[in-house]
Design a protein around this ligand. Structure first.
Ligand code: BGC
Length: 326
């Protein structure tokens, strides 16, 4: 399957480079993310690198924290501008259905990135397989806790599909370890860092016997780390989380974060532009028929990497290949 996708992308890049025409109207593409965070800077970099290669214009927007109203407002603005393609990461997949349907009806191709909205009629999803990634996090947690302990889950959203799928995958993996207890309810910070730290601190106070945190979003691992450090519980309270910003990598080096699931979000931005630029140049149908379908849907899984102290150096080399420096 991966070969099929790589072959398709190779064809897409060829089409793009043959279609450059000095007199053609410039193509403009919008990429919408979920919150201000270094995680999204990498998506933006992927978007900008592809835009340079394919000679198209791009716009990027993220709200300060989880803010579905701002996301919809931005989508409406881009539609009003007559943009040529939209890649969006919805904080609430239900809430964007009508605006995405409207864009598609007006002939603006829409694809989702990072987190999906399958009912919106979007053409495809580019991003992590979040259920599987959550399971991988759960399996790593079970290993670290040697099958026994108490775990709190912290996330930035209870509506976004990526968060819900990661939590489901994590819980399913841990259901195979009956001596691991999950603290309910899941702690939600709505992608607000200071709230994330407060919640982690409160979880430690309310559960003096807590053994670990699962950080679902990029905010959560470092926020839990702050709380664990100030409670003097490094090494006693473990952390398994998502993403690989500089802060995550330093905390792994320090031994505060045990393992993190690195997403390849550079490609969420890069491939969004490759697909949408080609749709604008050769037509949506001609482009979609090149993409592999599974059960009628087009999903481009960008993959994940489990990063720990033992493979940190090699992982940084991978980041460097995307031009992401540490
Ligand atoms: C998620 C994004 C989220 C980001 C920052 C990532 O793990 O994939 O949806 O916006 O963390 O919280």
């Amino acid at each position: 399957m991966r070969n099929k996708i790589l072959w398709t992308l190779f064809i897409l890049c060829l089409i793009s480079s043959f279609s450059l025409d000095a007199n053609a109207k410039r193509i403009s593409i919008g990429v919408l993310g979920k919150s201000v965070h270094p995680y999204w800077d990498v998506v933006r970099k992927g978007m900008e690198d592809a835009a340079k290669k394919l000679d198209v214009d791009t716009m990027f927007y993220v709200p300060q924290s989880e803010d579905i109203a701002k996301q919809i407002e931005t989508l409406e603005t881009w539609i009003g501008m007559g943009i040529d393609g939209i890649s969006f990461a919805p904080s609430d997949p239900e809430a964007v259905v009508s605006v995405i349907k409207k864009a598609m009806k007006m002939g603006i191709p829409c694809i989702s990135n990072d987190t999906d909205a399958p009912k919106s009629g979007r053409l495809c999803y580019i991003g992590t397989d979040n259920y599987t990634a959550g399971r991988i996090a759960g399996e790593n947690m079970a290993k670290i806790l040697k099958g026994k302990g108490k775990v709190a889950i912290c996330t930035g959203s209870l509506t976004a599909m990526n968060s819900l799928e990661r939590i489901e995958g994590f819980k399913d993996a841990l259901s195979e370890s009956p001596d691991i207890v999950i603290v309910e309810p899941v702690l939600v910070d709505y992608e607000d860092t200071s709230r994330a730290v407060e919640l982690a601190e409160t979880a430690l106070l309310d559960n003096p016997d807590l053994d670990a945190f699962f950080g679902v979003y990029a905010f959560n691992g470092p926020s839990a780390a702050k709380a664990v450090k100030s409670a003097g519980k490094v090494g006693k309270v473990h952390i398994v989380c998502f993403d690989t910003t500089d802060e995550h990598l330093s905390l792994i080096e320090e031994g505060v974060i045990d393992a993190t699931i690195g997403q390849r979000q550079y490609f969420m931005g890069y491939l969004s532009v490759v697909l949408l630029a080609n749709m604008a140049r050769v037509g949506v149908e001609n482009m979609m028929m090149l993409l592999p379908r599974e059960e009628g849907d087009v999903i481009i899984d960008t993959g994940v990497d489990v990063v720990t102290k033992s493979n940190l150096k090699d992982y940084v080399k991978l980041l460097n290949t995307w031009g992401v420096k540490r």
